[in-house]
Ligand binder design. Structure first.
Ligand SMILES: Cc1cc2nc3c(=O)[nH]c(=O)nc-3n(C[C@H](O)[C@H](O)[C@H](O)COP(=O)(O)OP(=O)(O)OC[C@H]3O[C@@H](n4cnc5c(N)ncnc54)[C@H](O)[C@@H]3O)c2cc1C
Length: 380
């Protein structure tokens, strides 16, 4: 059955959540207008930026122009940055003009809290896209010896809003790389976090495994002390200051800046409040998926590409139900699934309401590469 009553759906963002929403809408035979708003019609495959420092991946491998994808799915692309929302007139406000919508999906990701003194000048935020991976690669190559400190923290107002997994990957990946280059003995690696049990969301077994792995690799830890800031050559916490010549730090996440001009309901952590069907609280035609949203669920619910996909599917299925005049009954499943990669091996971590699995094997490194290849071939 074709679903079209000349509805105009507007999607904000061109990341994981947005692309899954597009695929789902067209798969369900929605034939109305879909407009995508993003600063660039390029998709960045963020999970593989962990391989940029080792040279396993470069920018060209991970950036996919979306022209083909948009043609295939009959998308109108509006190049621009969203700056606000006018709910009364149902218009998205962008730096390139306003766009009217009948239904709106917010999938414009999250941003990092950069309030700690010295964070902008003296730390690299490793998850800040492809450019961050390149910066780490170049600085590592230029160093002959020294101390590399890597850590992460959460959003104090919304503990679930953090991205820790990739920091472990950068940590183990850089350790493996330095060993391969035969110069690990010239570097001291330190892992730091204000949490006593970093990575707790992955499950208690995972925390033990991650810390055991650090011990095995000779990585020092500095845990359980609130962050105070960064200088050119050090990391400062309430538990003391330690030297660092290269600092990688993932601060907590918060919602996109434009939400301040949207009148949408925001959580304490700065994300759009929605239900388990992706419907934004107190609105009728607005939905959210992925890192931009604050959803009900267990404390370990991750902000991950996989969750963004599940949330986008539920949200647009509800949109379509509503367009067809049916009740909106779709709910996303909560599932944590990731492979913590170390270039030569990988640890699979799976968590759902029913089970928690953790398993290490060389095969998981190859599985992560294979997943990337399959995903990107669908986008190209
Ligand atoms: C190094 C790294 C490793 C990761 N590893 C994994 C992993 O192994 N598994 C996993 O599941 N997840 C992983 N993630 C997390 C995953 O990438 C994110 O959770 C996912 O990208 C979130 O999808 P999203 O659609 O919500 O937002 P994004 O994918 O971030 O997309 C946001 C989109 O919105 C656009 N945008 C932003 N602001 C505006 C604006 N104002 N106006 C218009 N458009 C805007 C952006 O340009 C982008 O196109 C990793 C992330 C990083 C950085």
């Amino acid at each position: 059955m074709t679903i079209n009553n000349n509805e105009k759906i507007v999607i904000l963002g061109a990341g994981f959540g947005a692309l899954t929403a597009i695929k789902t809408l067209r798969k369900q035979n929605f034939s109305g207008t879909i407009t995508v708003v993003a600063p660039q019609s390029v998709f960045a495959y963020l999970p593989s930026t962990i391989w940029i420092p080792s040279g396993l991946r470069n920018r060209k491998d991970l950036e996919v122009p979306l022209d083909n994808f948009f043609n295939r799915f009959d998308i109108i692309f509006h190049q621009g940055t969203v700056t606000g929302l006018n709910q009364e007139s149902r218009q998205v406000v962008t730096d390139q003009g306003n766009i009217p919508y009948d239904r709106l999906l917010i999938a414009s990701g999250a941003r990092f809290i950069q309030k700690l003194p010295g964070i902008k000048e003296h730390a690299i935020i490793p998850c800040n896209g492809i450019a961050a991976g390149e910066q780490i690669r170049d600085q590592l190559a230029a160093m002959e010896e020294g101390t590399i400190a890597m850590g992460f923290a959460g959003n104090p107002n919304e503990p679930a809003a953090m991205r820790g997994g990739p920091v472990f990957e950068f940590l183990y990946g850089i350790d493996t790389l330095l060993r391969k280059q035969g110069r690990r003995n010239k570097f001291k690696l330190i892992f730091f976090s204000p949490a006593e049990e970093p990575g707790k969301r992955l499950g208690p077994k995972a925390v033990k495994g991650l810390l055991r792995e650090m011990e095995k690799r000779g990585i020092e830890t500095h845990l359980g002390h609130k962050m105070k800031g960064f200088t050119k050559n050090s990391v400062i916490t309430e538990g003391g200051e330690f030297e660092s010549d290269l600092t990688l730090f993932m601060p907590g996440l918060t919602g996109p800046a434009w939400l301040a001009e949207s009148n949408l309901p925001l959580s304490k952590g700065g994300f759009v409040i929605a239900d388990q069907g992706g419907r934004v609280e107190g609105t009728e035609r607005i939905y959210v998926a992925g890192d931009s949203g604050s959803f009900p669920g267990p404390g370990w619910m991750p902000k991950q590409a996989h969750m963004a996909d599940l949330q986008a599917e539920a949200a647009v299925n509800n949109m379509l139900s509503d367009i067809a005049g049916n009740p909106q009954q779709h709910q996303f499943k909560v599932e944590l699934i990731c492979i913590v990669d170390s270039i030569t091996s990988g640890v699979l971590v799976y968590r759902s309401e029913k089970r928690a699995i953790i398993f290490k094997s060389r095969l998981f490194h190859w599985a992560k590469l294979l997943f990337e290849r399959i995903y990107l071939s669908q986008i190209r």
